[in-house]
Design a protein around this ligand. Structure first.
Ligand code: SAM
Length: 229
């Protein structure tokens, strides 16, 4: 696998632990390019959080917790809620949340995205932004279905979901490094693999969402911006 490949997550064995926080090299590499995209789409004109008024940014599959730690100080008026299905990662996410200088990262919740978000205390049409990086291709397709169903039900009207990772387009994976990455994912777990943007658009339509923008990212990744109708 090429070092340029944007492989997040512990299955690579790449992560390291400093104190109690995990450091995923891929997350360290991609966090700033993703932040630059978020700056184009997140609207926040206040500089402190207010529990009632602040927009809620819900991250699904937070992994190490690094991404929100990097984003949150740039949007001090936004409430960031990390979530993760893997209980063993909650300590690292908590570390990043408690050390955030702007104090706008909430304690993590253990969330399986295949389950309705109401099971975790969220209300329909409550969420201002949903964000999910590098889960769609590194989990069974049921997780992607759950992600879009929950976005359709729990985002506010006109609110955005932002997904980041590698995708195939019109049935074609490019370049070769992504073809190899897809094969390595499927060898690891046959239910994993790059998803096609056309399939995601159909899934989005079934859940009252529209693909609003596609941003090309380093290392052959894309950030997709979905809008709730
Ligand atoms: C490759 S890691 C990405 C972590 C982080 N978002 C990043 O980009 O560094 C994929 C994450 O998806 C999470 N995941 C897998 N299945 C999930 C599910 N059903 N619900 C929520 N998260 C899930 C895994 O636990 C893992 O932390």
């Amino acid at each position: 696998m090429s070092m340029a490949q944007d492989v997040a997550c512990s299955f690579t064995g790449e992560e390291s632990i400093k104190n109690s926080k995990l450091i995923y090299p891929a997350a360290t590499r991609n966090q700033d390019p993703i932040l630059q995209v978020l700056k184009r789409f997140i609207i926040s004109d206040v500089d402190t959080i207010d529990d009632e008024e602040s927009p809620l940014f819900l991250e699904i599959a937070s992994g190490s917790g690094q991404h929100l730690a990097h984003f949150a100080p740039n949007f001090p008026g936004v409430k960031f809620q990390p979530t993760e299905v893997d209980e063993s990662l909650l300590g690292s996410i908590t570390y990043y949340a408690t050390h955030c200088p702007t104090k706008n990262i909430l304690p993590p919740k253990q969330v399986d995205i295949c389950t309705k978000l109401s099971s975790y205390g969220f209300e329909e049409n409550e969420v201002d932004y949903m964000y999910c990086a590098n889960m769609i291709h590194i989990s069974p397709y049921e997780c992607t279905i759950g992600l879009f169903e929950n976005a359709g039900n729990y985002l506010k009207p006109d609110a955005l979901m932002i997904t980041y990772g590698p995708y195939s387009k019109d049935g074609v994976i490019t370049p070769d490094s992504n073809v190899q990455f897809d094969a390595s994912l499927k060898a690891r777990n046959p239910s994993w693999g790059l998803r096609d943007i056309a399939d995601l658009i159909k899934l989005a339509e079934q859940n009252n969402l529209t693909l609003m923008d596609t941003v090309e990212m380093p290392a052959n990744n894309k950030t997709l911006i979905w809008k709730k109708n």
